[in-house]
Design a protein around this ligand. Structure first.
Ligand code: AMP
Length: 148
């Protein structure tokens, strides 16, 4: 089976390069389109109504900063990128929404070897896998200093 449109989800940490390398390889070997998504969880999710000030100006700055970072990230990839999305919301929900909307047939995310509590609490990769309507590839990411 070959894929025609791959969605690469990036959190824009230093580990994103490892995940992107796999997605680019797969896009190339399958002759697939490649779309990127970065999700920003709104400040209001964290602070709700607890902060007695208007967060919208700060949120706009964060959104613009993320857009610039995703553009630079995409420019460095050794592949042409179909679409770039910076969206606001719950990470797994937004990844699923864009996958459906754009007819994605493979979602690529990073995954850490987790132990203990963080294993119980789950991860973005788990959340994306559950409820996805297409294949999901979890690329194991390694921190240089870790033994994962
Ligand atoms: P985590 O489990 O949160 O450490 O994230 C693992 C992987 O989930 C990352 O390598 C990305 O592929 C994806 N991911 C996490 N957060 C985001 C985000 N805000 N936007 C897009 N993808 C994300």
């Amino acid at each position: 089976m070959s894929y025609s449109h791959i969605l690469l989800a990036v959190d824009l940490t230093e580990e994103s390069d490892q995940v992107a390398t796999r997605a680019v390889e797969l896009a190339r070997s399958n002759g697939a389109q490649l779309t990127l998504v970065h999700v920003i969880e709104p400040l209001s999710f964290a602070y709700g109504g607890d902060v007695p000030m208007d967060l919208s100006a700060i949120q706009d700055q964060l959104d613009e900063h993320a857009q610039n970072r995703l553009n630079s990230f995409a420019d460095k990839l050794d592949a042409s990128v179909e679409k770039l999305y910076v969206v606001s919301g719950h990470t797994e929900t937004e990844i699923h929404r864009i996958a459906k909307q754009d007819g994605i047939d493979l979602i690529v995310v990073g995954s850490h070897g987790r132990h203990g509590l963080s294993l119980l609490l789950g991860s973005t990769a788990n959340g994306v896998l559950h409820g996805a309507s297409c294949d999901v590839l979890a690329v194991r990411v390694h921190k240089p200093e870790s033994e994962d």
